[in-house]
Design a binder for this molecule. Sequence first.
Ligand SMILES: *Cc1c(COP(=O)(O)O)cnc(C)c1O
Length: 354
Amino acid sequence: MSVSTMGITVKKIEKSRIGELDHSNIQFGKLYSDHMLVAHYENGQWLQPEIMPYGNLNLSPATTFMHYGQAIFEGVKAYKDAEGNPVIFRPHDNWKRMNRSAERMAMPDVPEEIFVEGMRELVKLDKNWIPTAEGTSLYIRPFMIATDEFIGVKPAEKFTFLIITSPAGPYYAKPVSIFVEDKYVRAFPGGIGFTKAAGNYGASMYPTLQIRKKGYDQVLWTDGFEHKYVQEIGTMNVFFVIGDKVITPETSETILEGVTRDSVITLLRDKGVTVEERPLSIDEIADAFGKHQLKEAFGTGTAASISHIAELTYGDIHMKLPSEDWGISEWVKAELNDIRYGRKADIHGWIVKA
Ligand SMILES: *Cc1c(COP(=O)(O)O)cnc(C)c1O
């Protein structure tokens, strides 16, 4: 059966797989919802997007992105509001960021009608897959790949944009232990650190594996010139509560502009908390720790939401944070959840109905 809504062709699954979803044990990224959205770009234009049953792609082994990494992605979440309606958190911000990544990676702009309207349509169709327990959501993964069948190194001409969705439980159940990286580098000025380009994450696997062997969960990246200024963690921006101020590195070419980061800064400033966006050195953090001024540290990202940092290791310095005092990060996490689940007024216009 094919029905056309808003220029999107919808081909529904014959029998839903929703029975496979165990609400009491939702693991991140293990199970995908019934449908996906696929849109092709060729001859300089986007063709009509199609929502179809989730399934494998049929691609030539010579497909460009597999060889040269012209691939970008986004991460968004859908929730059910207090009335049980499906809602999406700040999808337009992800849409804009996807297009900043696309430009840097020589890929075409994805129109709002495909990214946002297509996402709304898909989430509405698979709304039964949105879990409702506290801390759970439907994780939405839009992404774009270069699909020329050509293994010469040149910017591609054909692309495919897709959206898949997956029910998500809490990402890091426990506070994380962080290794401050002083050898490997994630991003350099002039590079692609500000984009969600696939290669950024491929390049982070080896350093992450090294620190996992030492018992740490995540790397805190530092700048590539001096390994002195902190940047971000894995797929999270990072915040430090020092004295009565909240400090986070300012975004730049080397730091991803997190939507959660922006939401957290906005909510803290609304509450009258001083938030500084500026260069923050690891020495300043260690110094504050020594003076008992380092009160909290946390990461922010769509997948993990707010993730408490239990300890930071920088060379010989082990900074163990007091776990009983997460006043600011707990407050902001609760505030964000209240808005996402529709329990508090959305004064910033962040919630979009699916
Ligand atoms: C996705 C991501 C973040 C967090 O961005 P959100 O929009 O909050 O999800 C931060 N840093 C990196 C490197 C990321 O990939």
